[in-house]
Design a protein around this ligand. Structure first.
Ligand code: SF4
Ligand code: SF4
Length: 490
């Protein structure tokens, strides 16, 4: 956050420079004006002189002399020139013909470290959720009748750990997360893998952390105790109150799961105190009362963190969220975001992780060349040990880039990195939200367009509105409680 500074400027002929606005997104908080720079993702607070210059240039490019003439009844000349210089330095203004700033399109280095590996310890599930991307109508891998084993073996899991430790390079930390199917169907392998990984990481002088996602139906006291004792982070897939949960998250015989998971989740939350237990909600057209869902999961069930994501599916499905409903969903997200801000201004926790995650990215100045870390710092491993972009692509031959036994096929990985780079997403090149979005999730794109490298253009309005809301929250905290933002420094 830097206030504009000062200095004069002219071209080499001594003629007054013509200046115009460059690529940024303005936002306000508590009356202060900020610029979110694109593509650098820097954030700058404008003072009154900076704001006046930007207002003047909104009418179109003009010379520095014209700017001075227009503004010198409000600011002295030195201040105007110095502020123009500062705005030029941060690239908020510049010659109207200056080439557009683009993020460098270099590929990440070949030895880019792997931070997170997602092990699909099983592709079998004891539920039959209608919208499931693995078993439902939009599945990309035949997990039911395909060639992949239903369960990952202990050997493959250990080989995966070795792969992770190797690929994490000189990084002192690595993260292993377990996924399914229903992860707990392969609990014995999961347990052995945690013990093995911990021992092997210590031998390599690394630390390793663990997490898993579960539908909670198979939780029982000894599993819960083991998760707590082993400090395994737990995310529960759950969609909300009984009518919501039982609508789509059902057993194979169609029976709802709410009554089964409720006591298990309560016990998990009561027992596992070392890490916050998170809920992961899939929103569908059938149940879009975001506020009710959020309140139920936090106030009644006791989840400390709740993240909500719209279902990934093709638009013609009856549970796909319609454009009108996306607006209502956004309004409710904004209401929760306002609540998040109120809490943050009082230094209090609020569990709506959709805001927390975006604020963290804004604070860290994240400017993405890729929609997410998949295929690079994050990889998914299928039950047979094939390595794919992420857990959602595990087992898809089209998205497999190696195996834990033979390593990553660098040629395939490089092709993926070239094809999915923001430089290839021409629709995104004029979008101010690209440092945060960068085209979005590859799996969503694959389901929508049949092409994981396609930009998720069906979500642009949503992404831009949401990013703007989070920028305003960030600005509000920068104005009124900047200390709160320090928690995102780590
Ligand atoms: S997908 Fe849409 S919102 Fe995202 S960067 Fe591209 S144009 Fe912007
Ligand atoms: S591709 Fe999508 S599902 Fe996979 S890690 Fe990225 S954001 Fe997540």
């Amino acid at each position: 956050m830097t206030p504009p500074v000062v200095a004069g400027s002219s071209d080499t002929t001594g003629a007054s420079k013509v200046l115009g606005l460059r690529d940024f997104h303005p936002f306000e908080a508590f009356g202060a004006r900020f610029l979110y720079m694109v593509p650098s993702a820097g954030i700058f607070r404008m003072d009154d002189c900076g704001s006046a210059i930007l207002d003047a240039l909104e009418g179109g490019p003009r010379t520095e002399d014209d700017l001075v003439a227009e503004l010198n009844d409000r600011f002295d000349i030195d201040r105007i020139l110095e502020t123009v210089e500062e705005l030029t330095e941060i690239r908020a203004v510049g010659g109207p013909d200056a080439p557009k700033d683009e993020a460098p399109n270099d590929l990440p280095p070949a030895d880019f470290p792997l931070n997170t590996m997602v092990l699909n310890v099983t592709n079998k599930c004891n539920l039959a959720c209608t919208y499931c991307y693995e078993y439902g109508e939009d599945k990309i891998v035949d997990t039911q009748y395909g060639s992949q084993p239903k369960f990952m073996s202990e050997d493959t899991a250990e080989e995966s750990v070795e792969f992770l430790l190797r690929q994490s390079g000189s990084q002192p930390k690595a993260h292993l997360t377990f996924f399914g199917g229903e992860t707990l169907l392969n609990f014995p392998v999961l347990q052995k893998t945690v013990a093995y990984a911990r021992r092997r990481a210590a031998e390599e002088s690394k630390t390793i952390s663990f997490s898993l996602t579960t539908n909670a139906t198979l939780l029982k006291p000894e599993i819960i105790q083991w998760l707590a004792d082993n400090d395994v982070g737990v995310t529960v897939s759950i969609d909300g109150p009984k009518p919501v949960q039982d609508g789509l998250r059902v057993f194979h015989n169609g029976r709802g799961t709410y009554d089964v998971v409720l006591p298990k989740i309560k016990e998990l939350i009561a027992t596992h105190r070392s890490r916050p237990i998170g809920a992961r909600v899939t929103l569908t057209q059938k149940h879009l009362n975001v506020l009710e869902i959020y309140r139920h999961l936090t106030d009644e069930l006791g989840f400390r963190e709740v993240g909500l994501a719209p279902v990934t599916t093709q638009e013609h499905r009856d549970y796909a969220i319609t454009p009108d409903s996306k607006d209502s969903m956004l309004e409710q997200f904004e209401e929760l975001a306002a609540e998040w801000l109120e809490h943050a201004l009082r230094d209090e926790h609020h569990g709506f992780t959709n805001v927390t995650d975006t604020i963290e990215e804004i604070h860290k100045g994240v400017s993405k060349a890729y929609g997410c870390g998949a295929g690079l710092g994050l990889l998914g491993v299928a039950t047979d040990g094939d390595v794919s972009l992420c857990h959602r692509f595990a087992g898809s031959p089209e998205h497999t880039i190696g195996s834990v036994a033979d390593g990553v096929d660098r040629e395939k990985q490089e092709k993926f990195l070239v094809d999915h780079h923001i430089a290839e997403k021409t629709d995104c090149h004029t979008c101010w939200a690209r440092p945060i979005c960068s085209g979005g999730c590859y799996h969503e794109a694959h389901v929508q367009y049949g092409d994981s490298s396609h930009a998720n253009l069906h979500y642009c309005t949503w992404v831009r509105s949401w990013t703007h809301t989070c920028l305003e929250i960030y600005g509000a905290l920068a104005e009124k409680n900047p200390k709160f933002l320090e928690r995102f420094d780590a």
